[in-house]
Design a protein. Sequence first.
Length: 105
Amino acid sequence: MPSKKKVLKSYVSEAEYCEIKAKAQQCSLSASELIKRLTLGHEIKSREDQQARRELLKINADLARLGGLLKMWILDDDKHRLDVEKLLKDLRQRQKELCEKVMSL
């Protein structure tokens, strides 16, 4: 059964071909799908971007757990309360910055 899809051809150098194949592999796409998405103006997200997002989210969760532990420490030990509150404030600020970076990816 013949396909109703149209075929487009383009001639590229060996270096261009290798670059296109490498970029397609980074995005887990075929070269054809990558070229189609790029020419139609779709956003392309690489696996590295997705992995970086996951790692940043893990760091964010770690910061939240650390903040929770510090909060528990404050409740148990009034001697270091001001130091811990300052540290918690810094952690919240860093967590906010981290979330902003994740959303911008």
